[in-house]
Design a protein around this ligand. Sequence first.
Ligand code: ZN
Ligand code: ZN
Length: 252
Amino acid sequence: MNVEFLGTGGYHPDAHRHTTCVLLPDRGLCIDAGSAFFRAPDRLSEHGVTELDLVLTHAHLDHIVGLTFPLVHIERGTLTAVRIHGRKKKLDAVREHLFANDLFPIIPQVYEWLPLPDVESGSLDVAGGTLHFREQTHPGGSLGLRFDADGKRFAFCTDTVPEAATADFAADADLFAHECNFPDGWEDLGARTGHSTLTPTLDLARQVRAKRTLLVHVSPGACDPADPVGLGDVTNPPPFTAVAVDGLQATL
Ligand SMILES: [Zn+2]
Ligand SMILES: [Zn+2]
């Protein structure tokens, strides 16, 4: 299983990170269409893939703004189908607001809107594997995701606080990506915005017992860009834990 982290920043892009987009290029599977979504069509073309299944964790702007980007690729015929999976309420919100006539008047014809089952947690067979989802704590809600395929497990949990249920959901993942929007010391803003800080996120990662942990959705501006959540100051982090950066590729 090949996983490419095209966008690893939280809330807004900076010189180092665009906002959330994770691509499994050879499977035509993508999670979220943040500002890094502009990178997806070329990565798919390199693998000869023209159809995409896109799963939206939620509809906050930093996860959907890129849905307006692929028009040229669609016109050129290099992207022929985009199946967009998400909560019905979030899909409706994207069409009503992002594609409002006064904001962006064209909805690409190849976009197909596919609501996930209206259950707290469930699964979907897609891209040669099984995508599991569960509702997370976040303003308006967000989906934690886990993709199981070919005996490998990739868990992706962003836009949430560290939750005990995530330890079971993501247990023993080959790769566990969890948001760490803020360094320690930003707990108040974390609580108000439904985001994570470093120490509780690392505690959760220890419970997951993943082979490898990546911190994603790191907020620009709170810390040194070279160490955006202060991971370098932690004396005993979980093994094989790092902060993701745009362009990082993982093979499970
Ligand atoms: Zn976000
Ligand atoms: Zn959010």
